[in-house]
Design a protein around this ligand. Structure first.
Ligand SMILES: [Zn+2]
Length: 134
């Protein structure tokens, strides 16, 4: 197995599992030949905008908050910094919240389920994600 494929799959799976954790609707996830990936989700509609912005910051930070092995995507870091500045979040608190998700029961298992499927297939639909995380 190509190590870059696995790295990309696990990275995106972190975004997916975090989005799922916050109850966001999953539209899909994919990875491309150049080892970039894309997780598409729809923020939940309840709660206030600042709470959703916080969740988005954590979702972006999740892959890199797990040890040092999964590098932060440049786009992820830009988005975290944009949200931190716009909403006055503390960067350290975003990172702590992202790290804490990895300690929640079932979170790592969900990451592995999504990553495994994303290694076998270059994309998953929202329905496929929902099926894997049931
Ligand atoms: Zn990312």
């Amino acid at each position: 197995m190509d190590e870059n494929v696995a790295r990309t799959a696990f990275h995106e799976a972190g975004h997916v599992a975090a989005s799922h954790r916050y109850g966001w609707d999953m539209l899909g996830v994919s990875r491309s030949k150049d080892f970039s990936g894309l997780t598409e989700s729809q923020p939940r509609r309840d709660g206030d905008a600042k709470a959703r912005a916080w969740e988005r910051a954590v979702i972006c930070a999740v892959p890199s908050a797990h040890g040092g092995s999964r590098r932060c995507g440049v786009g992820d870091l830009d988005e975290v910094m944009r949200l931190v500045q716009k909403h006055g979040f503390k960067l350290s608190e975003v990172w702590d919240a992202a790290s804490a998700l990895w300690d929640e029961p079932g979170f790592t298992k969900n990451v592995h389920r999504i990553a495994g499927a994303l290694i076998r297939s270059t994309s998953l639909t929202g329905d496929e994600i929902a099926e894997l995380l049931r």
